[in-house]
Design a protein around this ligand. Structure first.
Ligand code: SAH
Length: 221
């Protein structure tokens, strides 16, 4: 990894955390520290590096986006990450959310359906020395049954309803944060599901806009 003191984006990254994340009420010191450290500019395309710390999502090719920094922080806080947790992520994309989680929990298992994105994310995460991450190519609707149960599941693409396989793979006390609803303006909500002793508690958190969770093989790139 580039040494932080030689990192031309170090100042932009500190400003991003102060102005977009802390100021909007995210107070978990571990999350703020992780986001002050992880070089987000390495997860975006080279031509977008100068925009990597701006307050909006960016294209990562394949018609997909890296989420706005605040949304990454918000979703991370919403799963209540503990250092002993094993976390399943659906939709690796750029790998940035994966890296943030990897700095906070014991292990991150991430499923991505597009080979080009999975390969690039694996390469960047490897170069940064994220040793507690595994990325697998596959359909996230199915989760990662061989590795279940998970203390938390974070889904970064929106299905219309909660995939039953994911709910099954949530440990007792486990939290899943997932955008739900059809694509389009104002149609999706970020929801948190918590597995209680006898049932599942559902909380609607905030309106969001995510790319759809694909239900069939996308064209290979
Ligand atoms: N957390 C990522 C967000 C990427 S966008 C980031 O910040 O970079 C959502 C991702 O979900 C895309 O990479 C898309 O290819 C992936 N995706 C969509 N449908 C999927 C599915 N059924 N299984 C696994 N990944 C899927």
């Amino acid at each position: 990894m580039e040494r932080l003191e030689n990192d031309p984006y170090a100042g932009a990254r500190l400003r991003m955390v102060a102005e977009q994340i802390e100021s909007r009420g995210i107070t978990d010191a571990r999350i703020l520290a992780a986001m002050r450290t992880i070089p987000r500019h390495l997860f975006v395309a080279d031509e977008n590096r100068d925009q990597a710390y701006e307050d909006y999502p960016l294209s990562i090719g394949h018609e997909q986006t890296i989420s706005q920094p605040y949304i990454v922080a918000y979703m991370t806080a919403a799963i209540g990450p503990r250092s002993s947790d094993r976390v399943l992520e659906i939709g690796t994309g750029s790998g940035y959310q994966t890296a943030v989680l990897a700095g906070l929990v014991r292990e991150v298992l991430s499923v991505e359906i597009r080979p080009g994105l999975a390969e690039r994310a694996q390469r960047v995460l490897g170069a940064l020395g994220c040793g507690n991450v595994r990325v697998r190519l596959g359909d996230g609707n199915l989760g990662w049954p061989e590795e279940a149960p998970f203390d938390a599941i974070l889904v970064t693409a929106a299905p219309e309803s909660v995939p039953t396989a994911l709910l099954k793979q949530l440990a007792p006390g486990g939290r899943m944060v997932i955008p739900l609803g059809a694509a389009g303006w104002d149609a999706q909500r970020l929801v948190r599901l918590t597995r209680m002793a006898d049932d599942v508690r559902t909380e609607v958190l905030l309106p969001v806009r995510f790319v759809p969770l694909t239900t069939e093989e996308p064209r290979l790139h």
